[in-house]
Design a protein around this ligand. Structure first.
Ligand SMILES: Cc1cc2nc3c(=O)[nH]c(=O)nc-3n(C[C@H](O)[C@H](O)[C@H](O)COP(=O)(O)O)c2cc1C
Length: 375
C-alpha cells in the first residue's frame, strides 16, 4: 500500500515541503559548550535529512543567555553563533529537498542557570524545584520581545527556511498564556488578548522585518492538564487568534513539568502503553483544524503508525504529522515507510531518551541496549 497522502507535498506559506512528515523540535543536548554548533549536531541533523523527513525543526534555541536550559543547548542570542549555525543549515540543505526550521525559546520560569535566576510573568514557585522565578517588569518583557525578534532574524540570515516560536511545555512564552503562571494586571496579563500580547508583538516584529518570505510557526500550549492551569476551552481561542493574525502553522501541544508533578501524567511526552494511547493530541486537532484559515496544522504527540498517519492527513485532521521520539530511535523512519515497510515506529515511547543527568546528550537508550545485547 502506498501512503499517497503522507508522501504528498504541501506548503507552509511559500515554503514547499516534500512530504507531510515533520521532525518535532528536539533538544539533543549536543551542541558544543555554550551553545555553539559542532560536528555532533551536524551529524544528527544530516542523518535526519538523509532519512526522508520533509521539515526538520531544530532543538529549542535560546534567545537570551538567561533563557538557556543547558550548556549544550543551541543558542542564537548574538552574532557569534551565526557562522556555526550557517554550517548546520548548509549541511541540512545539502539534501536539497529538505527544509529546516529554527525553534526559538527562552526557559522562563523553568530556567536554572547558575548565573541568571529564572524569570517569569509572575513569581509562582515551580512545583518540582521549589524555585520562585523573579517577576519581570514590563520594560524587561519588551527587551525579551526584541531578543526573540533578533534571534529570528539571525535565523533567517543563517539560511533557515522557517522559524517556530516555542510557546508550550511551561517555557517562557507559555508562561504568559497560562493563567496558572500569569497573574499580571498590566498589558501582558489578564484576558486572552493581553496574555497573547507578547507572542503577537514578536510575530509583528518578525513580519515587519522580514515580511512574508520567512514563514512563522508556533508550538502552542493548548492545555496545561492541571487544575487552575490553561484549559482547552481557552487554548483553542489562542489557536484561533494566532491563526487569524497570520501565523503560518500551529503545532498544538500541552503539559509541562508542573503537569508531571501534579498529575503524574507525562505530557507533552506521554508514555504509550497501548495503541489507544497513540495520537494523543488528535482529538484537539479535530476541534482546532476547522478554525484555521490559511494556517497549517501540524499534529504532534504519539504518532507511531504510518497507516494512521496517512488517515490523519487524508481525513484533513492535520496538514502535517510531527515526530520526536521515533526519530531519535530511527532517523531513517520516513524512508522506511516510503519504501513500503509499514510497520510502526520502533520507538516504545519509554522516555528513557531524556538524559538522566542534565548535561548528557540525548539518545535512544532502549535501542542502544538492544544493540548491545545483539553484539
Ligand atoms: C528528548 C526530547 C527533547 C525535546 N525537546 C523539545 C524541544 O526542544 N522543543 C519542543 O518544542 N519540544 C521538545 N520535545 C517535545 C517533542 O517535540 C514532542 O512534542 C513530544 O516528544 C511528543 O512527540 P512524540 O510522541 O513524537 O515524541 C522534546 C521531547 C524529547 C523526548
Amino acid at each position: 500500500m502506498e501512503l499517497m497522502n503522507l508522501f504528498s507535498p504541501e506548503k507552509i506559506a511559500n515554503v514547499q515541503i516534500k512530504n507531510r512528515i515533520v521532525r518535532s523540535a528536539t533538544f539533543m543536548a549536543s551542541s558544543e559548550k555554550y551553545g555553539y554548533v559542532g560536528q555532533d549536531l551536524i551529524n544528527i541533523n544530516s542523518k535526519l535529512a538523509s532519512g526522508g523527513t520533509g521539515l526538520i525543526i531544530s532543538g529549542y534555541t535560546a534567545v537570551d543567555p538567561g533563557g538557556t536550559a543547558s550548556p549544550y543547548q543551541e543558542c542564537l542570542y548574538d552574532d557569534s553563533f551565526i557562522s556555526g549555525q550557517k554550517k548546520l543549515v548548509k549541511a541540512v540543505h545539502e539534501y536539497s529537498d529538505v527544509k529546516f526550521a529554527l525553534q526559538i525559546a527562552h526557559t522562563g520560569r523553568l530556567g536554572y542557570h547558575p548565573k541568571y535566576p529564572a524569570v517569569a510573568p509572575s513569581p509562582i514557585p515551580v512545583k518540582e524545584t521549589g524555585i520562585t522565578p523573579r517577576e519581570l517588569t514590563s520594560e524587561e518583557i519588551k527587551e525579551l520581545i526584541k531578543k526573540f525578534i533578533e534571534a529570528g532574524i539571525r535565523g533567517y540570515e543563517c539560511g533557515y527556511d522557517v522559524v517556530q516560536l516555542h510557546a508550550a511545555h511551561g517555557y517562557f512564552l507559555s508562561n504568559f498564556i497560562s493563567p496558572y503562571t500569569n497573574k499580571r494586571t498590566d498589558e501582558f496579563g489578564g484576558n486572552i488578548e493581553n496574555r497573547a500580547r507578547i507572542i503577537i508583538n514578536i510575530y509583528n516584529g518578525l513580519r515587519d522585518e522580514l515580511g512574508k518570505k520567512f514563514p512563522i510557526m508556533i508550538k502552542l500550549q493548548i492545555d496545561d492538564f492541571i487544575p487552575d492551569g490553561l484549559q482547552f476551552e481557552e487554548g483553542i481561542k489562542f489557536a484561533e487568534l494566532f491563526s487569524e493574525i497570520g501565523f503560518d502553522a500551529i503545532e498544538p501541544s500541552g503539559g509541562s513539568e508542573e503537569t508531571r508533578v501534579l498529575t503524574k501524567k507525562s505530557y507533552p511526552c506521554l508514555i504509550i502503553k497501548s495503541s489507544d494511547d497513540e495520537n494523543y493530541f488528535l482529538p484537539y486537532a479535530k476541534k482546532i483544524k476547522p478554525l484555521m484559515k490559511n494556517c497549517k496544522l501540524i499534529l504532534v504527540g504519539g504518532i507511531r503508525d504510518p497507516l494512521q498517519a496517512e488517515k490523519i492527513i487524508q481525513d484533513k485532521n492535520a496538514d502535517f504529522i510531527s515526530l520526536c521520539r521515533p526519530l531519535i530511535y530511527e532517523p531513517n523512519l520516513p524512508n522506511r515507510w516510503k519504501e513500503g515497510d509499514l510497520s510502526p515506529a520502533k520507538c516504545i515511547s519509554c522516555n528513557n531518551c531524556f538524559p538522566r543527568f542534565r548535561d548528557d546528550a540525548v539518545c535512544c537508550v532502549t535501542k542502544n541496549q538492544l544493540e548491545k545485547k545483539k553484539n
